[in-house]
Design a protein around this ligand. Structure first.
Ligand code: NDP
Length: 276
């Protein structure tokens, strides 16, 4: 019997860890599958997805810059995808149409709370960035117990739009980047900007750092080193990168497709040894 087909779509995608993660999960559960990385430029994304699923593909992860386009392609959308307006998981339904889901926020929360045993019932949280990843995690941070959330973005309008979209008036506030010096200090600072990936260091005032702050960068590997270096130097109690989030979001997609949630810890530990 031919192996079931899965893929991750992105642009660029060559360095994606998703094939390695999904193959490791599959080995753990005795499942035979093929998981490919497919590079699709924005103007070829829809056709590449349609061709993959028409050829028997069962499920796909979607990463930059296609999460919005993936959401638009789907006929059914989970609550998590609908509130974000973007999807990182596509699954073929029995009738051939596609279902969209978003596992980014759940993956972040599970990594912080279950792996690192940190409590998200914090008083003041700061979310840096208002792009796709920030949208993907904002609601989950609130659901997990963050009491007040400041969303700061270089383009303030996007921060305002995301704050408004959460519908949590009075609990979520938008700030422009140049207002950070007056923003006070925070118990949790989440970096969801792409500055690290783009190689442009963030300039953040040390006054943001609360006395026992947890700092988390959604990026991992060298892309996280600038923000995490700032966090440690400014006195963060804990500074974490997004490798665990990546593994947890993959495990949620795996659960959707195979009805089993793999044990993420050995896969995470192996990647941690190899990548950082
Ligand atoms: P987007 O392109 O959608 O958004 C980028 C965001 O970063 C925008 O808010 C942008 O601000 C901001 N930004 C970019 N450069 C700078 C800078 N120099 N200074 C300040 N702000 C800046 O990207 P994503 O949201 O999809 O991805 C963000 C990060 O999250 C990436 O590092 C990605 O790898 C990571 N990620 C990790 C995941 C994981 O599983 N660990 C999952 C998903 C994402 P503006 O709006 O003003 O342009």
């Amino acid at each position: 019997m031919a192996a079931e087909q899965f893929a991750v779509f992105g642009h660029p995608i060559a360095h994606s860890l998703s094939p390695r993660i999904h193959h490791a999960f599959a080995r753990q559960l005795g499942i035979t599958l093929e998981f490919r990385a497919i590079d699709a430029a924005p103007d070829g994304f829809a056709a590449a997805v349609q061709s993959f699923f028409a050829g028997g593909g069962i499920g796909a992860n979607v990463t930059l810059p296609h999460k919005g386009a993936a959401y638009a392609l789907a006929a059914e959308r989970s609550v998590a995808a609908a509130r974000v307006g973007a999807a990182n998981v596509l699954t073929r339904l029995a009738d051939g149409r596609l279902a969209a889901h978003n596992t980014d926020g759940a993956g972040l929360v599970r990594d912080i709370t279950a792996r690192h045993h940190e409590d998200l019932h914090v008083h003041r949280a700061l979310l840096l960035g208002a792009g796709g990843a920030a949208r993907g995690v904002a609601w989950n941070l609130l659901d997990a117990g963050v009491q007040s959330l400041v969303i700061a973005n270089r383009s303030p309008l996007k921060a305002e739009q995301l704050a408004a979209a959460t519908g949590a008036q009075g609990q979520v506030h938008a700030r422009g980047w140049n207002q950070l010096t007056e923003a006070g200090s925070f118990d949790l600072i989440v970096n969801a900007t792409s500055a690290g990936v783009l190689g442009t260091p963030l300039r953040l005032p040390d006054s943001l750092m609360g006395a026992h702050a947890l700092c988390y960068d959604l990026a991992y590997g060298p892309a996280a080193s600038s923000f995490l270096g700032w966090a440690r130097a400014a006195g963060a109690r804990q500074a974490l990168d997004g490798l665990g989030m990546l593994v947890e979001t993959a495990a949620d997609a795996f659960l959707l497709w195979h009805d089993h949630r793999p044990d993420t810890e050995p896969v995470y530990q192996r990647l941690r040894t190899d990548t950082v």
